[in-house]
Design a protein around this ligand. Structure first.
Ligand SMILES: [Zn+2]
Ligand SMILES: [Zn+2]
Length: 281
C-alpha cells in the first residue's frame, strides 16, 4: 500500500454514516487483531454482539475475537468437559458473528494463548480445531507453533515488552512465533517502542491491535489492507506476507502507520524487568 492513502480520516464514534464508511473503505480496510469479550475473558466487559455497531462506527472492516484461553485470564470454568469449555470459549465470537449477519463487517475467530505470562495471538484455527486438540494444553511454545502452522495458522507474540504489576519478567520467544505485536494500544509507548526495535532487529512481521476489553475513547490499533480480507486464514497470511500495515487509529479518527510514530518506535528507557528467552534466542 502506498503512503499517499494516509493519513485517512475516519468518522467519529458518534457519527453513523454509511456513505462515508464506504468512501473510507475505498481507501483501505482496517482490521482489529486483538479484542476480548466478557463471554470468555474474565477481564472483558463487552458482549460479543455489542461490538458490531461500535467497531463499524470506528471504521473497522472487521475484527478478530481473541479471548484469553484457559491458561490465561479466562472466565470459563475448569470443571467442565473440554467440549463444553471450548463451546463457552467460542461463544463471544459466535455471538458477534451472529450479530454481524447482513452488516458490512467481518467477524473472525482467534485465540490469545498464555504460557508463562508471555502471550500469543493465534489466527487461522477454528473451534473444531480446538475441540480436536485438547493436547495443546500440554504443549511447549514450539510444539504449539508447529501445530498451528500445520493447521494453516500463525502465532504472533502479543505485547512482548509489557510491564505490569502481575508480571515479574519479560519472556521472548522469537523462534516460536511468526511475528510480533509491536503496537498494542493498551501498552505505554516505551513498551511498544522496545517491541518495535526488537522486531526490527529480528526482521519479523509486525502487527498492531487495540487489546480492547471495553468501549473507550482512546487510541486504537489495527492492520490496514488495500483489499478486503476474506476470512481468518486470509488474514493470517496477510499478517506475515507484508500485505497489511500496522496502524494506530487515533481518537481523532486519523490513521497513522505505526512506523511513523516516534514515541511508539524509538525507546527512551530500557525495560525495568529482566528479559528472558525461555526457548533460546
Ligand atoms: Zn485481558
Ligand atoms: Zn489481550
Amino acid at each position: 500500500m502506498n503512503c499517499h492513502y494516509l493519513p485517512v480520516r475516519l468518522p467519529g464514534a458518534n457519527i453513523v454514516c454509511e456513505k462515508k464508511n464506504k468512501d473510507i473503505k475505498k481507501m483501505g480496510f482496517l482490521y482489529e487483531t486483538h479484542l476480548h469479550t466478557c463471554e470468555a475473558s474474565a477481564c472483558g466487559k463487552v458482549h460479543g454482539e455489542d461490538y458490531i455497531d461500535y467497531m463499524i462506527n470506528k471504521g473497522y472492516s472487521g475484527f478478530v475475537v481473541t479471548d484469553h484461553f484457559f491458561n490465561g485470564n479466562t472466565c470459563v470454568p475448569e470443571d467442565m468437559p473440554w467440549a463444553d469449555r471450548v463451546e463457552m470459549y467460542a461463544s463471544g465470537y459466535e455471538r458477534a458473528l451472529k450479530a454481524a449477519e447482513g452488516r458490512d463487517i467481518n467477524v473472525m475467530f482467534g485465540v490469545e494463548f498464555n504460557f508463562w505470562k508471555d502471550e500469543y495471538l493465534i489466527y487461522g484455527i477454528d473451534k473444531k480445531w480446538l475441540l480436536d486438540n485438547e493436547c495443546i494444553m500440554e504443549m511447549t511454545r514450539h510444539e504449539l507453533h508447529d501445530a498451528v502452522r500445520k493447521a494453516g495458522g500463525v502465532m504472533i507474540q502479543a505485547h512482548p515488552f509489557r510491564e505490569r504489576d502481575y508480571l515479574s519478567d519479560i519472556r521472548l520467544a522469537p523462534s516460536a512465533c511468526d511475528g510480533v505485536e509491536v503496537y498494542n494500544a493498551a501498552n505505554k509507548p516505551n513498551m511498544n517502542a522496545l517491541g518495535f526495535e526488537y522486531t526490527t532487529e529480528l526482521g519479523m512481521p509486525m502487527t498492531a491491535g487495540s487489546d480492547i476489553h471495553y468501549f473507550y475513547d482512546g487510541d486504537m490499533g489495527g492492520m490496514l489492507f488495500d483489499t478486503k480480507i476474506t476470512d481468518v486464514k486470509d488474514l493470517a497470511r496477510g499478517l506475515i506476507d507484508g500485505r497489511g500495515i500496522p496502524v494506530r487509529l487515533g481518537q481523532n479518527g486519523v490513521i497513522t502507520p505505526v512506523s511513523e510514530i516516534k514515541e511508539q518506535t524509538v525507546s527512551t528507557e530500557l525495560p525495568t524487568l529482566p528479559v528472558i528467552y525461555p526457548e533460546g534466542k
